[in-house]
Design a protein around this ligand. Structure first.
Ligand code: NAP
Length: 263
């Protein structure tokens, strides 16, 4: 897969990224089936396969349980091969299975410092504010994107953005940062105006839940291919973050993306 410009950040991303929520967390997810966390050997082999298939972007978050810590160990000695996207603002408690959200400058700064430590690196390529659903609260009341910009100025972050849940929030995030992460799939396309605006303004767009968190269905017998054709058909989309711990699905996803891009 050819790398693509991530807006005007200077970063070049693969059209498929590896989502790693299933590396570190099993509770409180809206996935179709229960699953077990992959072993270190399974996770290492999935990362090696992803690299072989041309994937260069990994998506993680403090809210994904042990995902960041595990990636820190797994990526030792190969940090420069990857772009890492993490987030700040959502704190997940594994014991209760509940999340809470903190967008203060102090917390976002501490969260980014903690991600750097857990991931064993001195810079994060992309950091997104992890929305609680009230996107404007984090942006306007707490200035969370301004905090990320300060961290970018210190060289700890290369690109800033927000994983949003509303059109207003997505548009505001585009005006105040480098990129957005939005949900877009066969079943939900409400935030298309945000992707349109990003295309016009030259900002990066990451798609979360491209397979509707594993619930993707379509009229065709190949919902993966149909999903990727639809999503990658939009010129504003930079990369689809697909969460998988199945090497066959990973290979199938890359093949479907390549076919969609070369159609
Ligand atoms: P998704 O990527 O739409 O779907 C993931 C589910 O689809 C997994 O259960 C996976 O199971 C299955 N799957 C993957 N490829 C498949 C294939 N070829 N055939 C059949 N099933 C397949 O949804 P998601 O994991 O909710 O979202 C993707 C990523 O976006 C996450 O990993 C995370 O990094 C990010 N995300 C961010 C936010 C946010 O608020 N910022 C929220 C949700 C997600 P297998 O493991 O069995 O393949």
């Amino acid at each position: 897969m050819d790398l693509r410009d991530f807006g005007t950040t200077g970063l070049r991303v693969s059209p498929i990224a590896l989502g790693t929520v299933k590396f570190g967390r099993t509770a409180g997810l809206k996935l179709p089936k229960p699953f077990q966390l992959p072993s270190d050997a399974e996770a290492a082999s999935l990362l090696a396969l992803a690299a072989d298939l041309g994937i260069n972007l990994i998506d993680t978050a403090p809210a994904y349980g042990t995902s960041e810590e595990r990636l820190g160990a797994l990526l030792k000695g190969q940090r420069d091969k990857w772009l890492i996207c993490s987030k700040a603002g959502e704190e997940f408690d594994a014991a209760s299975g509940q999340s809470h959200y903190v967008f203060s400058r102090e917390h976002i700064t501490l969260s980014v410092e903690r991600s750097l430590k857990r991931l064993g690196t001195d810079r994060l390529d992309i950091v997104l504010i992890h929305s609680n659903g009230d996107d404007l609260d984090g942006i306007d009341r707490f200035g969370a994107l301004d905090t990320l910009e300060r961290l970018k100025a210190q060289g700890k972050i290369r690109a800033t953005g927000m994983s949003t849940k509303t059109i207003e929030g997505g548009l505001r995030a585009l005006a105040a940062s480098d990129c957005v992460m939005v949900t877009h799939n066969l079943a939900y396309q409400d935030e298309l105006p945000v992707i349109d605006a990003a295309a016009t303004s030259g900002k990066g767009v990451l798609i979360k839940k491209p397979l509707a968190s594993g619930h993707a269905v379509s009229q065709s017998d190949d919902p993966v291919a149909e999903s990727f054709r639809m999503i990658l058909g939009h010129r504003g989309v930079s990369s689809l973050v697909v969460g998988t711990i199945d090497p066959h699905h990973l290979a199938q996803n890359v093949e479907a993306a390549s076919r969609a891009l070369n159609a």
